[in-house]
Design a protein around this ligand. Sequence first.
Ligand SMILES: [Zn+2]
Ligand SMILES: [Zn+2]
Length: 108
Amino acid sequence: MSRPAECVECEASVPALPTVMEYEGQEIYLFHPVLCAACLLEMCRRFSVECANCGGAIPPFSQVGVLKAGAGQTRFVHMTAVCSSVGSAFHGYWGKGRLLNYVQVEAC
Ligand SMILES: [Zn+2]
Ligand SMILES: [Zn+2]
């Protein structure tokens, strides 16, 4: 038996997972962490980063392509066919304002 999910931010009960929300024209399906729609929206407003390709917002809790911009700078792009440049071997998971699970795929 799984207990009803609780929002990790405000402890409101979340009736169904994933939490589904649309932010800046993108659908977000969030299983983890458990957030209610209001808190998810707040997270999006606070932690979205700008896509270096299309200039749109990349919401938190999503996969991102990672571009090395030189001088220690990192830029992010959507993990979509449109925005993730071909051959982009770097990607990660954009969490609460920082990159998680950064993966460097071996280039062939
Ligand atoms: Zn909440
Ligand atoms: Zn983009």
